[in-house]
Ligand binder design. Sequence first.
Ligand code: SAH
Length: 217
Amino acid sequence: MQEDSYRHKGMRKILVDNLRNKGISDEKVLMAINNVPRHVFLDSSFLDFAYQDKAFPIGSGQTISQPFTVAFQTSLLELEKGHKVLEIGTGSGYQACVLAEMGAKVFTIERQRNLYTKTKSFLTEFPYRIRTFLADGNKGLPTYAPFDRILITAAAPEIPQALIDQLKTGGMMVLPLCENEEYQTMVRITKKEDGNLKRETFGDFRFVPMLKEIGND
Ligand code: SAH
């Protein structure tokens, strides 16, 4: 793994200040972003991009989400230490590390085979216990359910019923829901004690699409 020097730490601090200025106020989230070295998820030649608040290509046609989006989605989760969290869309593994850094027990699903293989092995270099799965996130992980929190990091055309079923009572799911082809609305679903769902919306974002079935594309 690439080293994490004072220069990197300094760049990260500037990124965190930048996120705070953009309205991220959850200090636990900001601290996790401060602690997880984002540059190690990118090729070393892209160092100058690692701490800009931008999404970035990670191969296999996928992207590592923009730090603001990671911070925003993570804040909406209202995470507590020890929470069992299911992430759909492992990608680079960066978001999974942020969740794990905050003390969550992370289960993460990727459908793209090459990305899954690469990230699974890369994640073993971190001190976190993150369980990775090659599967279609639309189906969730029935064997490990229920989850306190579910986070979808790809644009979902609809809210997958299987994931609602795998959410604990009182649990929350955050997802970018497709409104049209251009953008998605950030949605938070809370499963209430009476079994009904509370739905809140939080503005527009852009994600790569959530696809069906495992693939090599
Ligand atoms: N969370 C990632 C960013 C993910 S980009 C990070 O921190 O880097 C979205 C990811 O979702 C892509 O890797 C894409 O392959 C994956 N994906 C798309 N549809 C999926 C599905 N049905 N199940 C699991 N993963 C999916």
